[in-house]
Design a binder for this molecule. Structure first.
Ligand code: ADP
Length: 499
C-alpha cells in the first residue's frame, strides 16, 4: 500500500474534504508509486484561507527579526535534511541527485537570506519640504499570499515565494505542482519543526484547474505568485486583473547562448551541454537556441554532438547519470510534436526519439536532440519546448546575433561566450533579457540576486534577492508634522518664494 499524504491546514495535517487522492509516480520508473496525494477542492482552499487570515494579525505584528529567526532555523533544518529531501525530489521530479541537491541548496540560501532580511526590511527617511515635519516610509505586510508552483524546481521555487512572503509578515497558502507534491510536503514539515505558528503556512494539494483556480479566485487572497506555463499565467492574470490582485508571474523562456569565434570553445561546449540538457531542458532558463558565428559553426556542432552523444540517461539516483526523464507523458508528446515541426523546418542532426534500452523503458526518457540550419523566426526558433531539444542558428556578426536573440516573445536569460570585453558590454546593454551571462550558460541563478525576465516571460516583478521583498510588502508613507500649525504642502512653502 502506498502512503497517503495530507494537506496542512491551521497547523494540522488533515485529509481532503473530498476524500479523493491522485497518484504521484516516479517519472524515471513509472511502476514506482511514491504516494497518493489529496485531490482537494474549493472547500479545502476556503479552510486554508480562513486559517491564514486568522493567523495574519499576530504574525504580521511579530517583529520581523523574530520572523527571520524562524527562517534561519528552517535553513539549519534543510541543511540537516538536504540529502534526504533531495533524494525525494529526484524520485518524483526526475533530475539527477546532483541537481536536486543544488535545488535544496538554493532553498537553504534563500532561507538564510530571508533570516537576515528580517533584520533589514528597510524603509527610508526623507527630508520634508516643510519645516518641523518628518517624512518616512516603512514596509507593511499585505495579507494572505497564494503561491502556485511548478514541478521543475520542486523545492527552490516554493522557497523563493514562501520565505520572503513570510519574513514580510504575510501568511501563505501554497499549492505545489501535482507532479511534485512530496518535496513541498517535506518543506512544510521542516517549517513546522522550525516553529512556524499555526495557520501561518498552509499547504493544499490538488489540481491546477481545481485548487489552483480556487486560490487565484479567492476574495481573501490579495497576492498571487505564480511560476509555470505562459498559458496558465495568462488565465491567472485575467482573474487577478479583474479582482485587482497583486500578481507576480514567472513564465516561459526561449533562451539563447551566443558563441563568438574568439570564444574558448571548450568552455562554450561545457556551457551549452549543461544549459540545454541539464534538467532535461525543463528549466525556464534552459538553453534552447545556440547561435554560432559562421567561422566556428561546423567545428562547434561536430564537437558538441560528440559530447552530447556521450551523455548518460537514466534514473537520477543512479551513479553517473547525467540526464533524467521528462516529467510526464504529455511532456514527451509535446516534445515529439516539436520534432515533427522541426523536421519540416530544419535539419535533425541528432536524437529526435524517445530513449529506450536498459533502465529507460519504464520512464519518460527522450534523446538529447539537436537541430541545425534552424531559421530565425521559425517555430523551432521561437516557441518554448521544455525538453532536451537544441536549435542551432548560424550568424555572421554580433549585431545579427543580438537581433536574433531579441526576435522572440520571451526575455528571460541569454548568454555570450567571448574574450572580447566590448562585445560583453554590448551584450549586457542590448540583449533583451532579464539576465545575461558572459562565459557562463543561460542557467545558474543565485539566490541573493533578482531573478526574472522581460517581455512575455513575466509581468515586471522579480523573485530572489532584495527586489522580491518589495513585491510581498506595501510601502507605507508616514508624515509627522510638529509645527503646531496647518502647513499646506506645495502651497505655504512656495507662495512666498519667487518660484
Ligand atoms: P508546467 O508546464 O510547469 O506544468 P503549468 O502552468 O501547467 O506549468 O503548472 C504550473 C502550476 O500551475 C501547477 O501547480 C499547476 O497545478 C498550476 N495550474 C495549472 N492550471 C492552473 C489554473 N487554471 N489556475 C491556477 N493554477 C493552475
Amino acid at each position: 500500500m502506498a502512503d497517503s499524504f495530507k494537506n496542512f491546514i491551521d497547523g494540522a495535517w488533515v485529509e481532503p474534504s473530498t476524500g479523493q487522492y491522485f497518484e504521484n509516480r516516479n517519472p524515471a520508473r513509472r511502476s514506482d508509486l511514491i504516494g497518493n496525494f489529496p485531490r482537494s477542492s474549493r472547500e479545502d482552499v476556503d479552510r486554508a484561507v480562513a486559517a491564514a487570515k486568522a493567523a495574519f494579525p499576530d504574525w504580521s505584528r511579530t517583529p520581523a527579526p523574530a520572523r527571520g529567526d524562524i527562517l534561519r532555523r528552517v535553513g539549519d533544518l534543510l541543511t540537516a535534511r538536504k540529502d534526504e529531501i533531495a533524494r525525494a525530489a529526484t524520485r518524483e521530479m526526475g533530475k539527477t541527485l546532483q541537481e536536486t541537491r543544488g535545488d535544496l541548496q538554493e532553498g537553504i540560501d534563500t532561507a538564510y537570506y530571508a533570516g537576515v532580511e528580517g533584520r533589514r526590511l528597510f524603509g527610508q527617511t526623507v527630508p520634508s519640504e516643510l519645516r518641523n515635519k518628518w517624512a518616512m516610509t516603512y514596509r507593511r505586510p499585505i495579507g494572505v499570499c497564494g503561491l502556485i508552483t511548478p514541478f521543475n524546481f520542486p523545492l527552490a521555487i516554493p522557497t523563493w515565494k514562501m520565505f520572503p512572503a513570510l519574513v514580510c509578515g504575510n501568511t501563505v497558502v501554497i499549492k505545489p505542482a501535482e507532479d511534485t507534491p512530496h518535496t513541498v510536503a517535506l518543506l512544510v514539515e521542516v517549517l513546522e519543526e522550525a516553529g512556524i505558528p499555526r495557520g501561518v503556512v498552509n499547504l493544499v494539494h490538488g489540481l491546477g484547474e481545481e485548487v489552483g483556480a480556487a486560490i487565484v479566485e479567492h476574495p481573501d487572497i490579495p497576492v498571487i505568485s505564480f511560476t509555470g506555463s505562459t498559458e496558465t499565467g495568462s488565465i491567472i492574470a485575467q482573474t487577478c486583473g479583474r479582482m485587482h490582485k497583486r500578481l507576480s508571474l514567472e513564465m516561459g523562456g526561449k533562451n539563447a547562448q551566443i558563441v563568438l569565434a574568439d570564444a574558448d570553445l571548450d568552455l562554450a561546449i561545457d556551457g551549452v551541454l549543461w544549459g540545454a540538457f541539464g534538467t532535461t531542458g525543463q528549466r525556464c532558463t534552459a538553453t534552447s537556441r545556440l547561435l554560432l558565428q559562421d567561422e566556428i559553426h561546423d567545428e562547434f556542432v561536430a564537437r558538441l554532438m560528440e559530447r552530447a552523444r556521450g551523455l548518460k540517461l537514466g534514473y537520477g539516483l543512479e551513479k553517473d547519470v547525467e540526464v533524467g526523464p521528462l516529467i510526464h507523458e504529455a511532456s514527451l508528446q509535446k516534445v515529439e510534436e516539436y520534432i515533427e515541426i522541426g523536421k519540416g523546418e530544419a535539419t535533425l542532426a541528432m536524437g529526435g526519439e524517445r530513449a529506450t534500452g536498459e533502465g529507460l523503458d519504464d520512464g519518460y526518457f527522450f534523446q538529447p536532440t539537436i537541430f541545425t540550419d534552424v531559421k530565425p523566426g521559425s517555430r523551432l526558433a521561437t516557441e518554448e519546448i521544455f525538453g532536451p531539444v537544441l536549435s542551432v542558428i548560424r550568424f555572421k556578426e554580433l549585431d545579427e546575433a543580438i537581433r536574433i536573440n531579441n526576435e522572440v516573445k520571451y526575455g528571460l536569460s541569454s548568454s555570450l561566450y567571448t574574450r572580447d570585453a566590448v562585445a560583453s558590454f554590448r551584450a549586457f546593454q542590448d540583449l533583451d533579457n532579464g539576465i545575461t551571462y558572459v562565459n557562463a550558460p543561460t542557467i545558474g541563478a543565485e539566490a541573493h540576486l533578482p531573478f526574472g525576465g522581460v517581455k512575455q516571460t513575466g509581468n515586471g516583478h522579480r523573485e530572489g534577492g532584495w527586489e522580491v521583498y518589495e513585491f510581498y510588502s506595501e510601502t507605507k508613507v508616514c508624515y509627522l508634522d510638529y509645527s503646531g500649525k496647518l502647513q499646506r504642502a506645495q502651497i505655504d512653502n512656495y507662495e512666498a518664494s519667487p518660484y
